[in-house]
Write a new protein. Structure first.
Length: 88
């Protein structure tokens, strides 16, 4: 953590009296593992896998579950669960 970031957090805490919000990290996409796995299997079996991109997967999660994730977050989740190797 950089000193400037720490000072900024302390200043916000002093101004509001509440600690800064913490973002939930990597576990948020874990609840969608079934969807990630099924999409990966569809991609493996697809004739043209380029049509099934990370962005398409993120869009499908948003449509079905109402949660929006950036494609880089989806990629990190796939890597963490060893599914991204199948995308090669």
């Amino acid at each position: 953590m950089h000193v400037s970031h720490l000072l900024g957090c302390l200043a916000r805490y002093r101004d509001n009296g509440t600690p800064p919000r913490k973002r939930k990290k990597n576990a948020e996409l874990d609840q969608y593992m079934g969807h990630l796995h099924m999409f990966t299997m569809r991609r493996v079996e697809a004739g043209n896998p380029r049509r099934l991109s990370l962005q398409k997967l993120a869009d499908e999660i948003e449509e079905e579950h109402g949660r929006r994730f950036h494609r880089s977050a989806v990629m990190r989740a796939l890597i963490r669960h060893n599914l991204y190797e199948l995308w090669g």
